[in-house]
Write a protein that binds this ligand. Sequence first.
Ligand code: MN
Ligand code: MN
Length: 319
Amino acid sequence: MQASLPFIQTMSMSLRSVTHNPLRLQMRTHARGAMLGLALGDALGATVEFMTPREIRAQLGRHNQIRGGGWLRLACGQVTDDTTMAFALAEAWLLRRNAPAAEDYAQAFDTWMRAKPVDIGNTVRRGIVRFRNTGQACVLPSEDAGNGATMRCAPIGLVLLGAPSDTIARATLAQARVTHYHPLTDAATLTVVNMVQAGVSGAGIRAVMAQANLLVREFPQFGFRGKHVDNPSGYIVDTMRAVLHAIDINDNFESALVEVVNRGGDADTTGAIAGMIMGALHGEAGLPERWLRALDPGVYKRCIDYADGLIERSPAWLL
Ligand code: MN
Ligand code: MN
């Protein structure tokens, strides 16, 4: 991470105290891009979650509008667990002065589940119920490498921008293991956090994709160049291959998101992960106006408030 922030480290002291600090403006608009991108991808993808590409084509043509519906019968602009769990994670940080402990993340997810969200993944439910019954904020290692820890990770990337890599890894894995404990989930979640950070720091697409390449080098099953992944499942390898492929072959936010959700499968989650990465990379200004207008106004406001609150607490902001 440090390597992608050279411009911040060489910045003069006088510049740091200016309100219209261009680097802070960059970080803020791109942090907002990450949170709004997550929500937009979730809202767009939820319409076609669990559909096949063929079913999507038959019913909607090329799905490229936020319109609600889907198996959850959402209102237009409504989001699902991907976004609202990220909100819970943001609150775990913003409601306390110190870095949250694993139990604080578990408590935040428990509170989230008590509020009766529109949907809850099976692995997520198991982890939260286990915390309720045992007080344990870390599940046991499992065979199940789901994508539920990855879909919600954006707030960690924002609040720990510029932090030492071991601090980032500790927080990323603590929040993940409240519900998911598998080496592939760990690696993918940390990769997405790193991709979000590279985007928000202004390091550009090459630095963002360098993180994806590191993941594939360590775990070749995430290889994403070549064949499209249709109907990506909740298995993190399928999910990430679809997301990374779409980001790799599309140079703007809208086309990457349209590409990935039209692959169907776990489309709200592929949309959410692609959205947080592409939103971090392109910033608020890179998000389609018509999608932002369609997003639920309460969700829009929470994305902005959490993005600002998180990034302003990050070590990079305070440099
Ligand atoms: Mn969802
Ligand atoms: Mn999903």
